[in-house]
Design a protein around this ligand. Structure first.
Ligand SMILES: C[S@@+](CC[C@H](N)C(=O)[O-])C[C@H]1O[C@@H](n2cnc3c(N)ncnc32)[C@H](O)[C@@H]1O
Length: 217
């Protein structure tokens, strides 16, 4: 594959746009659903929880969240206008019932008040954060004192084998992510690294290693 094609894939993963963006989001939803479910399960969602997800893509997994407990409110934040629109379309029933709320933000300042959320999670977005320490301090600010934040990402050892990650991506090993967290007020209360089989762009099955860090205030 040419360098420009690889660059285009990386750009779509970072910020899906146009018709290709919709295709890419469908593909991401299918490929990443196991990581997403792992992150959600580590939140231990309880009835009445208010939950935030950063970078939900097309948000085809929101139904799975509502299966976890009663009386939930889900908020999704994106930087991609296309993903915001897709997520609202796919989840229109939850949106009209005022159970799911989607908004756009600038990737740095989270437009919610202090201590607003019981649970926060994000999957496959860490690589694209412009200012990771600043965003983590924002996540800390909006999480309630007994809240949980799950940070789920694919390991650098796996990601660096994918040719498009040389563009746009900042890759993380568990150790590097832990060092980043140490610079914040968060405490790491659990970490889990799993290996799963995923279909590569060539159609064969490869082992992907990913990690969820479970953080508390
Ligand atoms: C690789 S996709 C992952 C989508 C989904 N979470 C998944 O794992 O399939 C990254 C998504 O995060 C969004 N994104 C990138 N940087 C972000 C940030 N700083 N905050 C929130 N979302 C971000 C992108 O627009 C894109 O939809």
């Amino acid at each position: 594959m040419k360098q420009e094609e690889l660059q285009a894939i990386a750009a779509q993963l970072k910020h899906p746009t146009g018709e290709k963006g919709i295709e890419m989001a469908n593909m991401m939803h299918e490929t990443n659903i196991n990581m997403t479910r792992h992150s959600i399960q580590n939140l231990h969602i309880e009835s009445g929880n208010t939950i935030l997800e950063l970078g939900h893509g097309n948000a085809g997994h929101v139904e799975f969240i509502f299966e976890q407990a009663e009386n939930l409110k889900y908020y999704g934040l994106e930087m991609s206008e296309l993903m915001y629109q897709e997520a609202r379309r796919i989840n229109r029933n939850y949106v009209s019932q005022k159970q799911a709320f989607f908004s756009l933000y600038d990737g740095n300042v989270i437009p919610f008040q202090d201590n607003f959320f019981d649970k926060i999670f994000t999957v496959n977005t860490l690589y694209f954060w412009q200012d990771p320490e600043k965003l983590l301090s924002e996540i800390y600010r909006i999480l309630q004192p007994k809240g949980v934040f799950c940070l789920t990402f694919a390991e650098e050892s796996f990601m660096k084998q994918l040719p498009f990650t040389q563009f746009e991506f900042e890759l993380y090993s568990t150790e590097k992510a832990e060092k980043l967290i140490e610079k914040t007020a968060f405490k790491i209360i659990n970490k889990e690294t799993l290996t799963e089989k995923v279909k590569s762009k060539m159609g064969d099955l490869v082992d992907r290693v990913f990690t969820t860090l479970v953080l508390e205030k």
